[in-house]
Design a protein around this ligand. Structure first.
Ligand SMILES: Nc1ncnc2c1ncn2[C@@H]1O[C@H](COP(=O)(O)OP(=O)(O)OP(=O)(O)O)[C@@H](O)[C@H]1O
Length: 733
């Protein structure tokens, strides 16, 4: 199958040719999924599949360093942070590599055999991690949480609603977008239920309790490179090429196209229940995506699976469908049963993602009226969730970790219900297993039966996650990597550009870039990622003052607002979403035309996930990373990705003035909060935060870029917690 890759597609070129006046070229579109030979394992006892994916590509073990995406969980940490936790830093930033004129090529370092999952004890016990230090939280913004939400920018009629009902329009767009051999796809939209705002306290509480995990170091008890780890690793195609165990009808077939995420296998070729197949058909899915085809037969056999597949290639359906089959095959609920068990537990790192996964589950369950789905997330009153679960018992529960833990600890009978869990899913598994969430995940795992199936899915599986995945997975789990060896973790149809400009140019540049994109594409749909919630608020305020049609999502917004804006953005066109990392992972907004990342991404993984909000399910997209020259060291961590450095467009004096004027209209409180948060974020980034004097110089540059002559004063207590007392250039209060 050829998905019609067209780098020179007319729609995407003009903005780049205007802003980046050179021809963009992306190479390497045609590859074939290679069939990996397998050879006897070192002991001769077990076949060993060629290793692919993150482990090979990254080679070295990096410390997990991403921030907590759900910044609601971050924003109040500061008051509870122990001073010593500020000493912990992100480790292993790569070396600076500023030679960005060339296209980066992947440097692949073979993984040592023993690098993977060397837990001799096997099974799920004996969880330990390598000794390493972790990154800190980012947010040092103290002003009280706002309760009112203003919509920045003038209201604008959504293009998505013109002419057609959204649902139909969504289908039509997607059909035309990439493939005609499946019947339109329903829009994933709609909030789950009416929600009352709980202020997002619960997830935060959970994470504050986690802080120990962030600031302490843990010992590995098994770091000897032993290859006897029981992990079978397969490339998606090696599974069809080599595995004899699939039934012929189950055997997935793939097209050998570089960016091919669709397989040739139809869902009805798999052993799925007729009612599930009806639901799939109604959802508009006919053929499986590669990750679905590669994982479904294995999961249906009851195996534990760690799956890696690029962003926007259908991982949610890949884990939901077999999970639904587990429920279908379970004995029906006894009506008199006091506490009907939860059979499937899906954990997602953010509220938006949990809500989205539950919505997808409901779509797939259309013809299974007896199977219930519930979602429990921070930001909703816990009592409300308790009531809901009481009134509508569910077999499938989707949750964020902090809230789930709250229910385990505080909801009567909940722990008993969890004893029925037959399958556990960790969506964005690498995120859930990194230090920010791991303690919660460990507690949750301890609360469910050991005899269960476990599924871990993500677009990124860094080596350290491979090493600790046995905390959740059985020894004989399969690693199914659908990202072909020698290819990038990102989509070739998504152009990636670096725009390097000093801080004082960044706001006008952002404005010009957006204006050009809007002029270029009336159906524009842009996501602007910022480093922290407070900086997001500032940028949203500025772009609103500049009369761009913007919405903002971050942890400082109430959950009801976040849900509303998220739904609106999903359905709309002609809109810019300014957001923090709460939207970085998993959120499926169709037809995003451009992703802009302003400032240092928290990690390589975070860069990939943010970029993955565009170019979903085979579409084209563009990504711009806007960095200051002193942030270019980040490029060394993504040097295998095709990021091209673009010349900085010149800014005319009118634009500069316009942006200055708009900045002067932005609320002073917002600037103060952004300054403090900016300082906190970069303080936690090793390469910048190590040199405190330089950090403060840069923060003050940021302050000037907001139009402030004098940097805002910061409470002494906060400065102390940041380890920034008595640093010249800082003002305290
Ligand atoms: N078999 C299929 N055929 C067509 N579309 C599909 C199929 N399976 C899933 N999709 C659609 O693909 C889109 C992306 O799916 P999903 O959000 O699950 O991607 P993902 O791989 O989880 O991405 P991320 O890594 O960003 O979380 C969704 O809109 C979904 O409805």
């Amino acid at each position: 199958m050829n998905i019609g890759l067209s780098v020179n597609a007319p729609r995407s070129i003009p903005i780049f040719s205007r802003i980046f006046p050179f021809k963009l070229k992306h190479l390497g579109f045609a590859y074939q999924f290679s069939t990996h030979s397998f050879r006897p394992g070192p002991t001769g006892s077990r076949p060993e599949f060629s290793r692919t994916g993150a482990g090979r590509e990254r080679g070295e073990v990096r410390a997990s360093k991403s921030l907590i995406e759900d910044e609601a969980e971050l924003s109040d940490w500061v008051s509870d942070l122990r001073t010593n936790s500020f000493g912990a830093r992100v480790t292993n930033e790569g070396e600076s590599d500023s030679d960005m004129g060339r296209r980066y090529k992947s440097k692949r370092v073979p993984v040592r055999d023993g690098d993977i999952g060397s837990n001799r004890s096997g099974g799920r016990e004996g969880f330990s991690v390598k000794r390493r230090r972790e990154g800190d939280s980012d947010e040092f913004a103290e002003p009280p949480r706002r309760r009112t939400e203003s919509r920045s920018g003038p209201p604008r009629k959504s293009h998505g609603t013109v002419g057609l009902p959204n649902e139909k329009r969504g289908r039509r767009e997607r059909d035309s977008g990439f493939k005609r051999d499946y019947k339109g796809v329903r829009g994933k939209r709609g909030s789950i239920e009416d929600e009352e705002v709980g202020g997002g306290e619960d997830d935060r509480k959970g994470l504050m309790r986690n802080l120990g995990g962030l600031s302490t170091e843990e010992e590995s008890d098994d770091d000897d490179g032993d290859n006897d780890n029981g992990v079978f690793e397969k490339n998606a195609l090696s599974s069809i090429g080599l595995e004899k165990e699939f039934d012929v009808k189950d055997r997935p077939s793939f097209s050998a196209n570089s960016d091919s995420f669709m397989s040739e296998t139809r869902f009805d070729q798999c052993s799925l229940s007729p009612l599930s197949l009806k639901g799939i058909k109604d959802a508009g899915y006919e053929k499986m995506t590669v990750v679905q085809a590669a994982t479904l037969p294995v999961i249906l056999k009851g195996k534990d699976v760690l799956a890696k597949a690029k962003t926007g290639t259908g991982k949610t359906v890949a884990f939901l469908l077999p999970s639904i089959e587990v429920v279908v095959k379970s004995p029906p609920l006894d009506r008199d049963q006091k506490r009907p068990p939860i059979l499937i537990l899906v954990i997602c790192p953010t509220r938006e993602l949990a809500t989205q996964a539950a919505t997808e589950a409901k779509t797939l369950l259309k013809y299974h009226p007896s199977i219930g789905v519930q979602v429990v997330i921070g930001g909703v009153r816990i009592a409300l969730e308790q009531k809901r679960m009481q009134a509508n018992p569910c077999q499938i529960l989707v949750a964020t970790p902090g809230r789930l833990k709250d229910h385990i600890e505080n909801t009567a009978g909940f722990a008993t219900k969890l004893m029925g869990v037959k399958a556990l899913v960790l969506d964005e598994a690498d995120r859930l297993l990194d230090m920010g969430f791991r303690k919660d995940i460990e507690k949750i795992i301890a609360a469910i039966p050991k005899q269960r199936q476990t599924l871990l899915f993500s677009a990124t599986v860094p080596e350290e996650v491979r090493q600790i995945c046995h905390v959740a997975l059985k020894r004989d789990h399969e690693f199914i990597n659908t990202v072909e060896e020698g290819t990038e973790d990102t989509h070739s149809k998504v152009r990636q550009m670096l725009l390097a400009a000093p801080l004082d140019k960044q706001f006008p540049l952002l404005y010009v870039t957006l204006k050009d994109h809007i002029a270029d594409d009336p159906d524009y749909k842009v996501i602007v990622f910022c480093t922290t919630a407070r900086v997001t608020g500032l940028v949203a305020g500025l772009l609103g003052e500049l009369n761009l049609n913007i919405r903002e999502i971050h942890s400082r917004k109430a959950q009801t607002y976040r849900t509303r804006v998220s739904d609106e953005f999903r359905k709309s066109k002609g809109l810019i979403l300014v957001t923090s990392d709460v939207s970085a992972r998993g959120v499926d907004y169709p037809d995003v035309t451009l992703v802009i990342q302003v400032g240092l991404p928290a990690s390589r993984e975070q860069y990939i996930h943010r970029l993955g909000r565009t170019g979903r399910i085979g579409k084209e997209g563009q990504g711009i990373l806007l960095l200051a020259p002193w942030e270019e060291f980040f490029l060394s961590t993504v040097k295998d990705l095709p990021i091209t450095k673009a010349p900085v467009p010149s800014l005319d004096p009118d634009t500069k003035k316009k942006v200055e004027r708009a900045l002067s209209q932005v609320d002073m409180n917002s600037k103060q909060a952004a300054y403090q948060a900016w300082l906190g974020y970069y303080n936690s980034q090793k390469k910048v935060g190590n040199d405190k004097c330089r950090l403060v110089e840069l923060a003050n540059e940021f302050s000037r870029s907001m139009g402030l002559d004098t940097p805002p004063a910061i409470p002494k207590l906060v400065l102390g917690k940041m380890g920034l007392r008595n640093i010249p250039g800082l003002r305290s209060k």
